[in-house]
Design a protein around this ligand. Sequence first.
Ligand code: PLP
Length: 371
Amino acid sequence: MKPRILYTKPSITELEVRYATDAVANGWGDRCYDYIHRFEAAFATHLGSTFAVATSSCTGALHLGMAALGIGDGDEVILADTNWIASVSPIAHLGATPVFVDVLPDTWCIDPEMVERAITPRTKAILAVHLYGNLCEMERLLAIGDRHGIPVIEDAAEAIGSQYYGKRAGSMGRFGAFSFHGTKTLTTGEGGMFVTDDADLYERVLTLSNHGRAKGQTKQFWPDMVGFKFKMSNVQAAMGCGQLERIDDLVNRKRAVFHAYRDGLSDLPMVRMNPDGGNIVNGAWMPTVVFDRDSAVTRERMQAAFKDENIDARVFFYPLSGLPMFKPEPGNIHAWDIPGRAINLPSFHDITDDEQERVIGVVRCLAGAGS
Ligand SMILES: *Cc1c(COP(=O)(O)O)cnc(C)c1O
C-alpha cells in the first residue's frame, strides 16, 4: 500500500506553539482577554472591516449575526442549495425557513437570478456562501439586496484569502462569518469570527455572545436578554494570532497547491476546476475537480480510484434540499447534478510535489489520459 495522503492538515509552527504556551502559562486574571482582543483587532485590520468578534465557531458567528438581525419565526433566508449544513442550521434553530436556490455552473455559488425570483415579503436575508474559496457574484447580490431592502450576509468560512475586485471575502455584506476549524486555511482547532462595519449590529452581537450581558452594564451577573455562549478562549486566540501573522504564507501556499493541480490537469477538456484570475483572487481552500456530464466519470468511480491509491479525496457537498429534514428541490439542476461527477483534492500546506503528482495521476487516469 502506498503511503496515505491526507485531505487537510493544519500548518503549525513554533510561533503558534509559543503564543499558545504563553496563553496557557500567563493568560489568566488581568490578561485573560489579551490574545482574544489582539486576534479580533488584527483580524479586522486584515479584512478591512471595522469590528470583529471572536466566536467558538463559524456556525456560532452566523447564529449570533442572524439573531442580531432579528431573524426568527416565519422569516425566510435564501441560500444556495450546494452547501455545508453549518450554513443552514442557525436558520433552522432560529425558527426561520431556508429557501434553497440553484448555483451557477462555473462558480458553484448562489445564482443571483434565482435569488431575485425567490424573494417574498418574508425574506429577511440573503446568505452568500463563498464555496471552496470561489466567490459569489457580490455586486449583483448586493444590488438585489439594496433594491429589496434585504441584508446580504457572507459565510466566508472557506474564503479567507479570497478577493472580489480587491475586496476581501467576508467584508462586503452586512456581516461576514469565518471558521477556524482544523480543516480551514487559518485554524485555532475550533473557532470562528464575526465581522461587520455596522456599529449597532456589532453591539448586539457582542451582547448576545456574552449571555446577553451588555458591555456598558455595570451590575454584575446581570444579563439584559437571553443570549448565547459562543465565545472563543484566550488559548485558541493565541494560536489564531500566530496563524494570522502567517496568513499570506498560508494563503499563498494554498494557491500554489491549487495552481499545481490546475497546471497538471489543464490539457484535459473534460475537467473543470475552481475559477481564479481576472477580477477575483481565489483563496483556494479546496481544489475541486468537476468532470463533464458526458465523460461518464462518476463520484463513485473517483472515490474508488482514490481509495485504491490510498488518497483521502472528499465528495462535493450534496444538495442540502436532498437531506431528509428539508423539502427536496430537484429543480436546482446544478446543485443536484454536479456532486455526482465532482471530487475535492487534498491540499494541505505541507503536501509534497510527489504527493500532488500521485493525485494528478489518478485524475488523469480517470480521464483516460496518460501522465
Ligand atoms: C466549515 C464551514 C462552516 C462551519 O464552520 P464551524 O467553525 O465548524 O462552525 C460554515 N460554513 C462553511 C461554508 C464551512 O465550510
